[in-house]
Ligand binder design. Structure first.
Ligand code: UD1
Length: 419
C-alpha cells in the first residue's frame, strides 16, 4: 500500500481546481439504473469509489466508460440484480443500488455494507422505508434480499435525517405508484443534486432543498446528461489546509454557498476568506484562535470535515471543543494526531483540543477517508517529516490530493508500495 510523505512547515500559495463531488456522483450513478439508455455525466472525479461503483454497474449489466472525468453509462442491458459482498465491503455507498433496482426491476440482492471504519452504520431506515413502499425484505446470509411486484407511495418519516436513506427512498419512490412523502429528509447539497438529476430524467419531486420531499410516481424515466456539483468536502479540506499551513490559496470551480458553515468558523478563527459563486480565497498567517464546532446535518458543520478541523485546532492558540453528533465514534484520528504531539482529551463524542505551538512529524496510520485527510493536513503544519501510511482510504475520496497540494508549494510525495 502507498504512503504519503510530507515535510511540514511550508506555507501554501496558488490556485487549484476543485473536483466533482464524490457523494453526489455515487447516488447519481445508481440512479441511472432507473431508465434504459445512454447517460453522460460530466465533472466526475477520478476516484476509487467511482471506479467501484462503475464496476458494480457493470456487474449489474450496464456498459460503463470513464475517461476525461466523463462517465458514459448505457443501462439498456441490465440483467443481474445483485451487489456482491466483494464490492460492497469496499464501498458502503453500494447500498444506493437497492432502491433503483427494486423500483425498476422489482428485485434486488445487496450485501450489507462495510466501507469506512467509523463505527456501526446501520441501514435500518433504508429497509423500513422500502418495506413501507410495499417491498418484501429478507436478510439472507449477509444480504438484503428485496422483492416487490410494484411499489406504492407512502408517508415516510425518517427517525434520523439520513443522507443514504433519503437517497435510496427517493430513487425508489420516483417509480412507485402514487404519492410519497419523505419527512425529516436530508437536504445535503448532494441529495439536492440527486433530486435535480431525477427531475431532469422526468421524475416529479416537490420540496427539493427542504426536509420534506413529495414525490409523485411516474411510469418511465429517460436517460439524460448531467454535470456533477463541486465537492464541498474537498473544498473544505483545502480551505483548512490553507488556514493550517498559512499562505493564500484560491479554489476555482467551487461555490462558497456549499461551505458556509465552515467559512463562518474559519473567519471566527482569524482566517480571511472571500467566497463567491465559483471561487473561494483563503488567507491565513500564524496561529489561529481556538474555535469550537459541533457537527450536524446540513446546513450545520459537516461531519466529513470534523477530523480536518480538529487537525487545525491542534495548533490553535488555546482550547476548543469538537463534538460529532452525526457519527458518535468518528474519532480514530485522535490517537494518530496525538502521535504528532497533539493534546486532545476525549469524553464520548466530545473532544477537548488544546493547541500546541508545533506538531512534530512522525509515522501515522490512515484509518478512514476523512481521518487520512486530517493527518495530511496535520503533517503540513508539523515540524519535520510525517509519513501517512496505508493511504488506501484517501484514494477513495480525494482526486490527486498530493499533486494539488504540491502545486500549492507543499513538500509532499507519494511512495508506492510501502506498508
Ligand atoms: C453519507 C456520506 C458520508 C457522510 C454522511 C453524513 C455518502 C456516500 N456518504 O453517509 O460521507 O459522513 O452521509 O453526512 O454520501 N443512520 C441510521 N440508520 C440508517 C441510516 C443512517 O441510524 O438506516 C444513522 C447513522 O448511523 C448516522 C446518521 O444516521 O448516525 C447519518 O448517517 P447517513 O446520513 O445515513 O450517512 P451515509 O448516508 O452513510
Amino acid at each position: 500500500m502507498d504512503k504519503i510523505v510530507i515535510n511540514g512547515g511550508h506555507p501554501l500559495q496558488g490556485t487549484i481546481e476543485i473536483s466533482g463531488a464524490k457523494n453526489a456522483v455515487l447516488p447519481i450513478m445508481a440512479a441511472t439504473l432507473l431508465a434504459d439508455g445512454v447517460f453522460r455525466i460530466t465533472n466526475v472525479p477520478d476516484l476509487r469509489d467511482v471506479k467501484s461503483m462503475a464496476h458494480l454497474l457493470r456487474i449489474i449489466g450496464a456498459k460503463v466508460e470513464f475517461r476525461d472525468n466523463t462517465l458514459e453509462i448505457d443501462t439498456s442491458t441490465c440483467n443481474f440484480f445483485e451487489a456482491p459482498y466483494e464490492i460492497v465491503k469496499t464501498m458502503r455507498a453500494s447500498i444506493y443500488v437497492l432502491g433503483p433496482l427494486l423500483a425498476k426491476f422489482g428485485q434486488a440482492r445487496v450485501s450489507l455494507p462495510g466501507g469506512c471504519a467509523i463505527g456501526t452504520r446501520p441501514v435500518d431506515l433504508h429497509i423500513k422505508g422500502l418495506q413501507q413502499l410495499g417491498a418484501t425484505i429478507d436478510l439472507e446470509r449477509g444480504y438484503v434480499v428485496a422483492t416487490a411486484r410494484h411499489l406504492s407511495g407512502s408517508n415516510l418519516n425518517l427517525d434520523v435525517s439520513s443522507v443514504g436513506a433519503t437517497g435510496n427512498l427517493l430513487m425508489a419512490a420516483v417509480l412507485a405508484q402514487g404519492k410519497t412523502t419523505i419527512n425529516n429528509a436530508s437536504w445535503e447539497p448532494e441529495i439536492v443534486a440527486l433530486a435535480d438529476f431525477l427531475v431532469k430524467m422526468g421524475a416529479r419531486i416537490d420540496g427539493v432543498g427542504t426536509a420534506r420531499l413529495t414525490i409523485h410516481g411516474v411510469t418511465k424515466l429517460e436517460p439524460v446528461q448531467f454535470e456533477v456539483i463541486p465537492d464541498r468536502i474537498e473544498t473544505g479540506t483545502f480551505l483548512i489546509a490553507a488556514a493550517l499551513a498559512g499562505g493564500r490559496v484560491q479554489l476555482n470551480r467551487t461555490n462558497g454557498a456549499l461551505v458556509n458553515s465552515l467559512i463562518a468558523k474559519l473567519r471566527h478563527a482569524g482566517a480571511q476568506v472571500e467566497a463567491g459563486e465559483s471561487t473561494i480565497v483563503c488567507e491565513a498567517d500564524g496561529r489561529l484562535k481556538p474555535t469550537s464546532i459541533t457537527t450536524a446535518a446540513h446546513p450545520g458543520f459537516p461531519t466529513d470535515l470534523q477530523a480536518q478541523w480538529m487537525a487545525l485546532m491542534c495548533v490553535a492558540e488555546g482550547s476548543s471543543i469538537v463534538t460529532d453528533t452525526v457519527f458518535f465514534d468518528r474519532f480514530m484520528h485522535v490517537a494518530e494526531l496525538r502521535r504528532l504531539g497533539a493534546n486532545i482529551e476525549m469524553n464520548g463524542n466530545v473532544a477537548v483540543v488544546t493547541g500546541v505551538a508545533h506538531l512534530v512529524g512522525a509515522p501515522v496510520m490512515s484509518t478512514d477517508l476523512r481521518a487520512s485527510a486530517s493527518l495530511i493536513l496535520a503533517g503540513l503544519g508539523a515540524e519535520g517529516q510525517t509519513d501517512v501510511l496505508r493511504v488506501y482510504h484517501l484514494d477513495r475520496g480525494y482526486e490527486r490530493i498530493e499533486n494539488k497540494l504540491r502545486s500549492l508549494g507543499a513538500q509532499i510525495r507519494r511512495e508506492e508500495g510501502s506498508l
